[in-house]
Ligand binder design. Structure first.
Ligand code: GTP
Ligand code: MG
Length: 444
């Protein structure tokens, strides 16, 4: 890794009250001298005019962090300036003109990893925290970032190393002596204990892994049932085209909906019917795909027409994980907005905005069983696969031990340890590191 100075805008594109520019390098004293013609006291906010020759680019706050007490473990400065992209880019260019270069995505965190400020699972948690889509994902990512997840992995690793030492002591046992039964029994019990600890960590992780996946709700039904109208009511804007012409929506259109800090995706779909129109057929096949991908389907029925047998069959015959049937247009049938507890049917009117809260409640229910405890980790698929691999090696190790194959048993423990080490980034390949850090945003 080279340690030349890198810089990047750390705040999102567009205008904002403040913008932040970060610079990191092994030794920034020369660069700071060139850009500011002065030095800074570490960890102290200093107000300065940033000058390019005689041109004032902005009046900004500078914070200097002296290595190793910084995010990256190198010298760093953070410039808090006005959040205008022309101002920010001109400051960035000033640093580039004086020898820094644009940072690659995730390069600050990559340097933090190489300088042992964070382990790989913490680096991944940084990216996951930034992209967390609701408060549960935020909490779980914070648990991982705090190092609790890493501590669990380190504890498991150490337990495996002590087991391995025990098994190796048997391998080294004088050949003509029998291995005492009590020893073997102890090791077996210890392997079992660790296998069940793995299961506990895996339980906490698998919850976390699904947290960042946004839940998807597809709005499906016959043309003109009011799918697009209901979507517009939920979004409180004229997002989808609504018309009395059957077959208005011809594509699956995904929107973000924010309900009490939870962001979900809702999909407006093409109405289902037999048609010879090629474009509409393509739209309908996309509706079927949306049904498969959705966590829940809202099947919309025009209440003035009622639900037909063929619609009931359609719901039954398709790969619908969960569904709720919404009867829309109750303004035409004089019904009240309500969830019928016996049938589960929901009565609403997009036109009169009746029962829209009921739809929101049903969406919220999908989150009700997902409480995040102090020990829920936002683990990635990679972590879960490695934990599973390590647990399998432990089981193999026990099998081998019971059959007197002590060499194989010790080897399985070594492999379990290797798998765990990869979670924290020990012995990681360049490909893996590139894949992880390239998915970061610039400036992090
Ligand atoms: N009276 C009444 N009319 C409604 C209601 N909801 C929608 N409509 C009308 O029903 C017609 C169809 O509405 P859309 O929202 O376009 O229906 P859709 O299900 O998206 O239809 P497609 O896109 O063709 O599949 C429009 O004329 C709407 O104004 C409602 O609650 N009450
Ligand atoms: Mg529509």
């Amino acid at each position: 890794m080279n340690n030349e100075a890198i810089c990047a805008i750390a705040t999102p594109p567009g205008s904002s009250a403040l913008g932040i520019i970060r610079v990191s390098g092994e030794d920034l004293s020369l660069l700071i001298g060139k850009v500011f013609s002065r030095s800074f006291e570490a960890r102290k906010a200093t107000l300065v005019n940033i000058l390019d020759n005689d041109d004032i680019l902005d009046k900004s706050i500078i914070i200097y962090y002296e290595h190793p007490k910084s995010y990256t473990g190198e010298d760093m400065i953070e410039i808090i300036c006005h959040g205008n992209h022309i101002v920010m880019n001109s400051i960035l260019n000033l640093f580039i003109k004086n020898g820094a270069r644009n940072a690659n995505p995730g390069e600050f965190s990559e340097r933090a990893f190489f300088n042992n400020k964070i382990n790989l699972s913490q680096a991944e948690a940084v990216a996951d925290l930034i992209s967390a889509s609701d408060h549960r994902a935020v909490k779980a990512a914070q648990n991982s970032l705090s190092g609790k997840f890493a501590q669990e992995i380190i504890y498991l690793s150490q337990s495996i190393l002590s087991l391995r030492a025990e098994v190796e002591s048997i391998i080294n046992f004088p050949e003509d002596d029998d291995v005492p039964d009590i020893n073997l029994k102890n090791i077996e019990v210890n392997i079992d204990k660790i296998i069940s600890l793995f299961s506990e960590v895996l339980n906490a992780c698998s919850e976390g892994a699904t947290l960042n996946q946004r839940k998807i709700f597809a709005f499906v039904g016959k043309p003109n049932s009011g799918k697009s109208s209901l979507i517009n009511c939920l979004l409180r804007k004229d997002a989808s085209i609504v018309s009395g012409h059957a077959g208005t929506t011809r594509d699956a259109i995904e929107y973000e909906l924010n309900i009490n800090d939870k962001i979900v995706n809702i999909i407006d779909t093409a109405g289902i019917r037999d048609t010879n129109d090629y474009v509409e057929q393509e739209g309908i096949s996309r509706t079927l795909k949306s049904i498969t991908n959705a966590d829940k389907v809202f099947y919309i029925v025009d209440d003035s027409k009622g639900i037909t047998e063929s619609e009931k069959k359609f719901i039954k015959n398709h790969d619908i994980k969960k569904h709720t049937i919404l009867f829309n247009k109750i303004d035409l049938t004089d019904k009240k907005p309500v969830i019928d507890n016996s049938s589960g049917y929901v009565y609403v009117s997009a036109k009169e905005s009746l029962g829209i809260n009921l739809i929101k409640e049903i969406i919220q229910e999908e989150f009700s069983n997902e409480n995040i405890s102090e020990n829920t980790y936002l683990a990635r698929k990679r972590h879960i696969e490695l934990l599973n691999t390590a647990q399998e090696h432990l089981k193999e190790s026990k099998e081998n031990l019971m059959h007197g194959n002590f060499d194989f048993s010790a080897e399985e423990l070594r492999l379990a340890h290797v798998a765990l080490s990869s979670i924290l980034g020990q012995n990681s390949t360049d490909d893996l590191l590139n894949e992880i850090f390239n998915s970061f945003c610039i400036g992090k």
